[in-house]
Design a protein around this ligand. Structure first.
Ligand code: NVA
Length: 335
């Protein structure tokens, strides 16, 4: 049952570019298999436990990790972020070492990316980013799976994100999309553009993988001819009282039928949810024929099961199931 002590480095998903292009494709292939064959992977059989911790609100993430961990044969150990008060009641390294002795993996939604990195440095088990202020990589894997599910191969696909270009979703679309070899366009107002260092990091990835990165103030320019269009709330969790006038800044960036007319005629619409109708997206787009948001929400479960299985296998913490494509040259930790 218990894996032999291993010298393989523990793998984590802290940001989207923790996976190479071939690793991301392997995870997405497994996610698609699990969509139609949900019990094919049993990487948590035992049951082994996964700690799932929330320092911010949640619905999809809690539901999809809980259901997904159970489907893998495991036990979702919900840790109440308010009770654990990680970093306040106990230091993050202490919490990491305690949880790492009880669990097969740790899933954490919190504020600071550095805190997540500290957890990963001390846990001794895979740590998965369930959203930080900086990134939301599980959501991007679900989005990429949804595009593939709807017959959109990722390499060369033009993907437009319109709205808050400075938030976690924009950052993850940049890194995850560039990893997939997509042409990622961000349409966002001045003052809400992604950090230049992040754009440069995505550009390097895109160049290596056959994609590109564009940042523009003009929403119609971002969306022009796009194969997929996404947006996100204008006010991310934790920004509710930051004093910025986001409604005025973002008013011209709502994804409505008029904006979608600039996209490809078959363009898909994505939104990580929760959605604020009449703000970042119109009712007719969210509920319209282009919208694949309910598939996208479902795919969180499949994508997260696939990534947990990938991280456990590639860390040498479970026996290879044969469900994942073998590591390729250039993959992290590949021989
Ligand atoms: N940018 C949003 C994503 C919600 C899933 C937030 O951080 O609140």
């Amino acid at each position: 049952m218990t894996a032999q002590p291993s010298t393989t480095p523990v793998r984590h998903l802290l940001a989207d570019d923790d996976l190479t292009q071939t690793e991301q494709a392997a995870v997405l292939d497994l996610a698609e298999r699990l969509r139609t064959d949900p019990y094919a992977a049993r990487s948590l059989a035992g049951p082994r436990s996964v700690a799932v911790i929330f320092d911010k609100p949640t619905l999809r993430t809690q539901a999809s990790f809980s259901a997904g961990i159970a489907e893998l044969g495991g036990f979702p150990m919900m840790v109440d972020g308010r009770l654990a008060a990680i970093g306040k009641r106990e230091t993050i390294p202490d919490v990491a070492r305690v949880l790492g002795r009880q669990t097969a993996a740790i899933v954490w939604r919190t504020f600071a990316q550095d805190d997540l990195a500290t957890m990963a440095a001390y846990a001794g088990v895979p740590v998965v980013n369930a959203l930080t202020d900086a990134y939301h990589p599980c959501q991007i894997l679900a989005d990429l799976q949804t595009l593939r599910q709807h017959g959109r191969p990722l390499p060369g696909l033009t993907f437009a994100y319109v709205g808050d270009g400075a938030n976690n979703m924009a950052a993850s679309y940049l890194l995850g999309g560039a990893t997939a070899g997509m042409h990622v366009r961000i349409g966002a107002p001045e003052g809400f553009h992604p950090e230049p260092g992040l754009v440069a990091r995505a550009q390097t990835l895109a160049a290596a993988n056959g994609g590109s990165v564009t940042v523009t103030d003009a929403p119609a320019e971002a969306v022009a001819g796009a194969d997929a269009v996404a947006t996100d709330t204008w006010v991310s969790m934790g920004q509710e009282d930051d004093g910025l006038d986001r409604e005025t800044a973002f008013a011209a960036y709502q994804v409505d039928d008029a904006l979608l007319r600039h996209a490809d005629g078959d363009a898909l619409f994505l939104h990580c949810l929760p959605a604020y109708r009449g703000k970042e997206v119109s009712e007719e787009v969210l509920e319209g024929p282009r919208s694949v948001v309910w598939d996208e929400a479902e795919n969180r479960r499949h994508a997260q099961k696939a990534v947990l299985t990938f991280l456990l296998e590639r860390s040498g913490l479970v026996e290879p199931s044969g469900l994942l494509a073998p590591a390729a040259a250039g993959d992290r930790g590949a021989a």
